[in-house]
Ligand binder design. Structure first.
Ligand SMILES: O=C[C@H](O)[C@@H](O)CC(=O)C(=O)O
Ligand SMILES: [Zn+2]
Length: 294
């Protein structure tokens, strides 16, 4: 197992041993969970392992999350047996965000150079996907998010400069930030994946305040660009039953449609938000009246 490039991330204690799938609880079960149970269900750790591709299958909208950190040799995207597919993108689409140094993603023979904060959308039907770093001593760190796709859309590279930019928040409310939308309704097209990156200004530490939910879509939040001693207190749960996850660099918080998703960090950070579900309308958010949060 150690010599192979595929590793399935170790599962937390809340998982069923028969499957490699990570399952989310419903809202009433989540209310009764202690810290370790919440972490086992809502947190994904260990995706970024040097020299390996690590994948985690999650039941939430059937998202597959992954990390690819190529060093001396390129890494090839495997097809987990649980997908029961001939190749990974047989029925799926894939978003790739580079959170590390420069690298290349090759899809069916076409190389796409990806610098930090650049995204590649890989369409359904793509057979071979490989990941390489330009410099093995400064590896790329590719974050992978894949959902089932009912339609094939072209594989598209989106540079940070090509993303749709939104400036939100203010220093007074500690949430001045820049939202870049890469895969979205008016950008790179997809079947259901919507994906972007939010970067907080130095001194701003809150994201997505005021909070919201969106029952039409679930969301996955990768926190990154954090030093190892920094953390984000990620807020999840029903608006009147919030819980906190301590999340560190390279870790993902899972957010069902009924859950708020927000964070407060010990310093500025970046996060990749990705969504799957029945609409792609970024503005479809149900705001939470701030006085109702508990
Ligand atoms: O539904 C949308 C998502 O929660 C994120 O786009 C929010 C976000 O990046 C931000 O406010 O900074
Ligand atoms: Zn949201």
């Amino acid at each position: 197992m150690h010599t192979r490039s595929l590793s399935l991330a170790p599962l937390g204690t809340g998982m069923t041993p028969k499957s490699r799938m990570q399952y989310l609880p419903n809202a009433s079960a989540a209310r009764r969970m202690d810290t370790s149970e919440l972490r086992a269900h809502f947190l994904v750790q260990g995706l970024f392992v040097p020299g390996a591709i690590t994948l985690r299958l999650v039941d939430l909208d059937r998202v597959v999350l992954g990390g690819a950190v190529p060093t001396t040799a390129p890494l090839s995207l495997p097809t987990p047996g649980d997908l029961k597919a001939e190749y990974f993108c047989e029925r799926r689409e894939l978003g790739v965000l580079n959170t590390g140094a420069a690298g290349t993603v090759t899809v069916d023979g076409t190389a796409h150079a990806l610098a930090a904060h650049e995204v590649l959308y890989v369409g359904r039907g793509s057979r071979e996907v490989t990941f390489a770093s330009d410099d093995a001593t400064k590896p790329a760190r590719f974050y992978l998010v894949s959902y089932p796709a009912h339609a094939a859309h072209p594989t598209t590279r989106i540079a940070a400069a090509d993303a749709d930019v939104l400036e939100l928040g203010s220093a007074e409310t500690s949430n001045k930030r820049r939202i870049r939308r890469y895969i979205h309704q008016r950008g790179a097209q997809s079947a259901q994946l919507v994906m972007g990156v939010t970067t907080l200004e130095p001194g701003s530490v809150w994201n997505t305040m005021p909070a919201h939910t969106h029952d039409r879509r679930s969301e996955v939040y990768l926190y990154f660009d954090l030093p190892s001693d920094a953390m984000v207190l990620h807020l999840l749960g029903e608006p009147t039953e919030t819980r906190t996850l301590v999340v560190r660099d390279g870790e993902v918080a899972l957010s069902p449609g009924w859950s708020v998703h927000a964070g407060c960090g010990t310093r500025a950070y970046a996060f990749c938000w990705a969504m799957g579900g029945e609409n792609q309308d970024y503005a479809d958010m149900d705001p939470v009246a701030m006085e109702t949060l508990r």
